[in-house]
Design a protein around this ligand. Sequence first.
Ligand SMILES: Cc1cn([C@H]2C[C@H](O)[C@@H](COP(=O)(O)OP(=O)(O)O[C@H]3O[C@H](C)C(=O)[C@H](O)[C@H]3O)O2)c(=O)[nH]c1=O
Length: 184
Amino acid sequence: MSFSETGLPGLLVYEPKIFGDSRGYFFESYNANTFRDAGIEYTFVQDNQARSTYGVLRGLHYQQEPYAQTKLVRVLEGKIIDAVVDIRKGSPTYGQSFTIELSAENKLQLLVPKGFAHGYAVISETAEVMYKCDNFYHKGSEGGIIYNDPDLNIDWGIELNDAIISDKDLALPRLADISHNFMF
Ligand SMILES: Cc1cn([C@H]2C[C@H](O)[C@@H](COP(=O)(O)OP(=O)(O)O[C@H]3O[C@H](C)C(=O)[C@H](O)[C@H]3O)O2)c(=O)[nH]c1=O
């Protein structure tokens, strides 16, 4: 298994060790000791799972402190473009975004620290996305950034005119309009 840097401090790509044989494959999708041995210690308290069809775009979302969440994102079925934005005050990469293709096939996981906005777009017919969180859902602490913020220019891998987006997400603000609110 391996952890790879992304250029944004704390944002890591995790590639688990896959044990393949004539029956198929086995891998530990998460092991606290493996992460601890890499100097990465989180106590995940909530697992989320979402199913979406092609073109669904969820995000970009975050929770304000004291409910900010670190997330460990992976794809059980299908393929997504996962996107994050660094919104940590004082971060040397504040306002920078990162995208990665996560899929059931590549089995890659993205470790998204507190202080990032997170979202994904589904680029397969359907996708089942699962992510571990180190803090609980708290509706009143939810915030977000509009998916097509021109200052971020995120490539979601889909034709945005055809994207399937919730009314809630369509009403999200631009980063420039909320950056004063961040408490990360
Ligand atoms: C996030 C969440 C939602 N809910 C309920 C609230 C709504 O009634 C329903 C759907 O919620 P929402 O439309 O916010 O789901 P997503 O758009 O997938 O939200 C997620 O999108 C991006 C990708 C994220 O990283 C966040 O974890 C999360 O905000 O599930 C819960 O009961 N618990 C939860 O932890």
